[in-house]
Ligand binder design. Structure first.
Ligand code: SAM
Length: 345
């Protein structure tokens, strides 16, 4: 999305939302029943983010999102949004997700600009119900790899298959990317990179890595290991990372699910070997998209406080989500420095 388009979208009619008929077919109902019964909260978070994309349809074009989110998460988020509207809330539920999605879309498009070289592959770690390979024209020359746990990727394929069988119009189920490969892997383990290679990922090729809604579910050593593996690639090829980081207070929102945090990802990533790092906060000019209509919204209040401050004037924690672009290539790579003594991650 261009700077020009990063302006006011049309006001949505939230009450008009109707669940699509496809969700009520036996096949789709059964698949979502399995998700409800067998998946843990971490896996189900993939459906929650899809629900956000489905309901923020006035700004995100993701026609497969309702199918992948399922009735439960769609209804639950829709109820919250309706309450926010009734209460004239200064932020509408799901806005963080909407901004994050649009931010990743726009940074991905920038990273794939021909001036950065041709033949770039894109790897999504913790891809969940992401459908960028189906919806973004900028991926048409790219091999895309979605990495997630086997149950999640298998379920996603089954839901997409059920949609194919339901309708004769397969327009929305067409992959736009040059190729899409799903790679079953646990990124907490040691073999995910090998599994990617076996699936066709080429370490020497320019690569954009998307880590959206995933790092904070890992422990500190696990997240650092993943980031180091990616940063190391700067030594051999042009490498771009698009990722969101929670600060420490944000992890208290769910003590059981959130672990890794970094208050200073813009210091951490150069220490791992990235040469260019840009950090944005929700509400910044490149992370606004005209979606924060109330000037006194929470994100503007947070942005007005120094990042080192962890508590708001009213005593509540300053929960921040940082959106970070980092890149590096062999002729730019900095020697990693040991900042462990003076940087708290
Ligand atoms: C919050 S969802 C985000 C999904 C997607 N990136 C998005 O933004 O819609 C987190 C995803 O990470 C996946 N995930 C969590 N831990 C993982 C691990 N150790 N290895 C691979 N995937 C994992 C989950 O299965 C889930 O699909």
């Amino acid at each position: 999305m261009s700077e020009q388009e990063n302006s006011l979208p049309q006001a949505p009619k939230w009450t008009d939302y109707k669940l699509p008929d496809l969700l009520f077919t036996d096949a789709v109902r059964q698949l979502h029943a399995t998700i409800g019964k067998e998946w843990d909260a971490l896996q189900q978070s993939a459906c929650q983010t899809a629900a956000g994309r489905a309901l923020w349809r006035h700004v995100i074009h993701d026609p497969l999102a309702d199918l992948l989110a399922g009735e439960k998460y769609l209804r639950s988020l829709h109820e919250k949004i309706k309450k926010d509207c009734i209460n004239n809330a200064s932020e509408i539920s799901g806005v963080i997700l909407a901004v994050r999605t649009l931010w990743v879309d726009s940074k991905l498009e920038e990273a794939l600009h021909p001036s950065h070289g041709k033949d770039t592959q894109v790897v999504l770690l913790g891809a969940g119900m992401d459908t960028r390979a189906y919806r973004l024209g900028c991926l048409k020359e790219c091999d895309v790899f979605e990495v997630d746990l086997p149950e999640v990727l298998q379920m996603k394929a089954s839901l997409l298959q059920a949609a194919m069988e339901y309708t004769s119009d397969h327009q929305n189920q067409r992959i736009i990317a040059k190729s899409l490969t799903r790679v079953d892997a646990d990124i907490k383990g040691n073999d995910w990179l090998e599994k990617l290679k076996v699936s066709g990922y080429e370490p020497e090729k320019n690569t954009v890595w998307i880590l959206e809604g995933i790092l904070y579910y890992l422990t500190h050593p696990q997240a650092m290991q993943v980031l180091k593996i990616i940063a190391d690639k700067c030594k051999i090829t042009r490498t771009t990372l698009l990722a969101d980081f929670m600060n420490k207070p944000s992890t208290t929102l769910s003590n059981s699910l959130f672990h890794f945090y970094s208050d200073w990802p813009d210091h951490l990533l150069p220490s791992l070997g990235f040469s260019h790092v840009k950090l944005s906060q929700i509400g910044d000019p490149d992370a606004h998209f005209g979606l924060l209509h109330d000037p006194s919204n929470l994100f503007n209040r947070l942005r007005s406080l120094p990042r080192s401050i962890h508590t708001n004037p009213d005593g509540t924690p300053c929960c921040r989500l940082y959106l970070v672009t980092a890149s590096g290539s062999p002729n730019q790579t900095l020697e990693p420095v040991d900042l462990s003594l003076n940087i708290s991650t």
